[in-house]
Write a protein that binds this ligand. Structure first.
Ligand code: MN
Length: 220
């Protein structure tokens, strides 16, 4: 198990949340570019989590205002604890009372390259020139650490480099690359709770019927 996942584990109770514990390390196929994911996370505050596979973990940044898409646009990116590789496939609900409680949508996924040196060197230097090859995000970005000490060392900027991203359709932007679900649909799928397994409605029930069923249950 990776030393760098200590903080990640300390914050979570894996008897409650379905987030991965990181006990199993996924190994990248030889020669493949490392992976990146973006997760849309409606926690106390909506933000996007930007994660880069590096040395067997996901280096992670919380981007409150979302990934910049217009050339030279810059967004604050707060470096957070490393996440296990399995987190790259995580989507669902983190139960109330748990760290990061709320809805997580797998917003984008793909491969990335660092264009100036190895990812590890670039991270240490505090500047990564990134080429992202995702389902929504494709092109160049720069991730650069702002000057500062202590806690401020976690402050980075994510900048859209080279050219603006061609417009993503509203429908595509709203949907998960894993399940096709919107944030609203994901927030209503209680079956992802470990602590409170959902009682399923009739198997053939339509989405509307299922909502009605859930609403009726609430009033019992
Ligand atoms: Mn988050």
């Amino acid at each position: 198990m990776s030393e760098s996942l200590k903080k990640y584990r300390a914050k979570r109770d894996f008897n409650r949340t379905r987030e991965p514990s990181g006990a199993f390390r996924a190994r990248a196929p030889a020669g493949a570019s490392p992976r990146f994911v973006v997760q849309k996370h409606q926690a106390g505050r909506l933000h996007f989590d930007f994660r880069l596979e590096m040395d067997g973990v996901l280096k992670s940044w919380a981007v409150p205002k979302g990934i910049p898409t217009a050339k030279d646009e810059r967004r604050l990116a707060m470096e957070v604890e490393d996440h296990p590789m399995e987190y790259a496939a995580f989507e669902g609900i983190i139960p109330p009372g748990s760290y990061g409680a709320g809805t997580v949508q797998l917003w984008d996924r793909g491969r990335y390259q660092v264009l100036d040196g190895t990812p590890r060197e670039a991270l240490r230097r505090g500047k990564l020139s990134l080429a992202l090859h995702g389902e929504k995000l494709s092109g160049r970005w720069t991730l650069v650490r702002m000057r500062g000490e202590g806690r401020d060392r976690n402050t980075w900027l994510l900048i859209k480099a080279e050219a603006s991203l061609p417009k993503i359709s509203v429908t595509k932007a709203a949907r998960s690359v894993k399940s096709g679900k919107t944030m609203t649909q994901l927030s209503q799928s209680r079956s992802t709770w470990k602590s409170a397994p959902a009682k399923r409605g009739p198997a053939s029930s339509s989405f509307k019927e299922r909502i009605r069923h859930l609403a009726a249950r609430k009033h019992k």
